[in-house]
Design a protein around this ligand. Structure first.
Ligand SMILES: [Zn+2]
Length: 461
């Protein structure tokens, strides 16, 4: 969200200067004046999406196929430029858009791609030219060079590769190291793209801009929690514009007793998986059976909408919902179905469970950032962010990230400010770095939850 005007990838001698400017000058006014939002990106009436086709494209000369026929995929076109060398076009769902250039595609060899059963890919159906033209005999592996060209943005995310390692549809996930990728420069504007070199065995691989976390994997997670933890209740907050359920989650020792309620929302922006991973680990910690969580649940409830934009996630969007709109700019006008659903859900839970005490909206961006409400803004409840950060960022907690704290006023149309407007409470936009690893994010979520439980219990005294 702070990328477009501040993107560090600039050609030649400007590179170092632009990196310095990026860190020095581009953090201070994200929401206040929307200097990072392209003109028109904050308007939240329905906008048309650009044409996009789900398909599998096969190249008989190499016996290689590409597919975008699975949830979370984004691949617009493929051109073969030389033997085993391909140019891939990846375009934003519509423009103007903040740069968050998500991509996701499957690539494989031979006639039977067989992606069925991969995590999050149960709706995959492979068909078309690739299936017909497959090689009958394939060598052990081939080296592919893939060059991604972006339309509507520029390179942002290092790829994650998921490879099927046996016929049981078991997949392993690995990050492609930087030796196998490099930035390339493309077009008249010298726009940064990405070159990936990948060794393709007879197993298909999925290459995505971050870890692939779709509506399907969230359902698995929530189902597992509900089975594991007696205090977790899953319901449906409402439906997205395309009819996907927007799951709601309550963590509550006794929902018939009114208690101050912690409210959490995530995944308004589909590619922001690191923030989602921290949120997932964070929420899970509140459901545990240890004494801290138990004490906390005897004093507070937790309510969450962990994936507010399921259409955008499963469509492989860079940022917007199925109506081409940035949901986290719609918390004043509420033009979109998903923000209406979230608002109604949080309002209903506030009535049934108890007055909210604090709210967190999880995202990711280039660095670790916290956007709290400025301390000069009056609150009807306790100030939480300031004492929490003091606790969380003390060396003794082992929180794995260095964090920049950047307070904002409450004028912008983002979720955090709606919680303040609706309930008078303190609220936070919690940004995790694009580059953080799943292990770091799991750890950060646990520590953040423990620290917040302590902070809220202290605030109650
Ligand atoms: Zn975001």
């Amino acid at each position: 969200m702070i990328a477009r005007l501040c993107h560090p990838f600039v050609n030649g001698p400007w590179l170092l200067l632009s990196v310095l400017l990026f860190f020095a000058g581009c953090k201070s006014s994200e929401y206040k004046a929307y200097v990072y939002d392209p003109v028109g990106a904050t308007l939240t009436e329905d906008k048309p999406l650009d044409a996009y086709h789900r398909r599998t494209i096969g190249f008989a000369e190499d016996g290689v196929w590409f597919t975008n026929e699975f949830a979370g995929a984004r691949l617009n076109d493929v051109v073969r430029v030389a033997p085993f060398e391909y140019e891939l076009l990846v375009a934003a769902e519509n423009t103007p858009i903040n740069n968050s250039a998500w991509y996701g595609f499957g690539v494989g060899r031979g006639g039977v791609p067989g992606l069925e059963g991969a995590p999050g890919f149960d709706d995959v159906s492979i068909s078309g030219k690739g299936a017909e033209d497959g090689l009958r005999e394939v060598a052990d592996s081939v080296e592919l060079t893939l060059r991604i060209k972006y339309e509507g943005g520029a390179h942002r995310y290092q790829p994650t590769i998921m490879e099927r390692v046996d016929s049981e549809a078991h997949y392993i996930v690995r990050q492609i190291d930087s030796l196998q990728t490099r930035i390339i420069w493309q077009g008249v504007q010298n726009n940064p793209g990405l070159e990936i070199r990948v060794s393709l065995s007879q197993h298909p691989v999925l290459i995505t801009a971050q870890r692939l976390e779709t509506t399907h994997s969230l359902q698995d997670t929530l189902q597992a929690w509900q089975n594991l933890f007696p205090f977790v209740r899953i319901d449906t907050a409402g439906l997205s514009k395309e009819g996907r359920p927007i799951p709601g989650l309550t963590i509550s020792q006794n929902p018939t007793v009114k208690r101050p309620t912690l409210m959490v929302i995530g995944r308004q922006h589909p590619p922001e998986v690191p923030g989602y991973e921290v949120m997932r680990s964070f929420l899970r910690r509140f459901a545990a059976n240890d004494s801290l969580a138990k004490t906390f649940r005897e004093a507070f409830h937790v309510v969450a909408i962990p994936m507010a934009n399921p259409d955008g996630v499963d469509r492989g969007h860079w940022r917007h919902n199925a109506r081409g709109v940035d949901l986290n700019r719609d918390w004043i006008n509420f033009n979109q179905q998903e923000t209406q659903v979230a608002r109604r859900y949080f309002q209903e839970k506030a009535t049934s469970l108890g007055q909210p005490v604090y709210a967190i909206d999880f995202h990711s961006t280039q660095i670790h950032l916290m956007y709290p409400i400025d301390a000069s803004i009056p609150l009807q409840g306790p100030a939480i962010s300031t004492p929490w950060f003091e606790h969380l960022l003390a060396p003794s907690t082992g929180y794995p990230f260095d964090v920049v704290i950047e307070p904002f006023d409450t004028s912008g149309p983002v979720a955090k400010n709606w919680f303040w407007r609706a309930f008078g409470i303190d609220a936070l936009t919690y940004e995790v770095s694009d580059l953080s690893t799943p292990a770091q994010n799991d750890k950060a979520g646990v520590i953040a939850a423990e620290s917040l439980m302590q902070t809220l219990l202290d605030a109650l005294d």
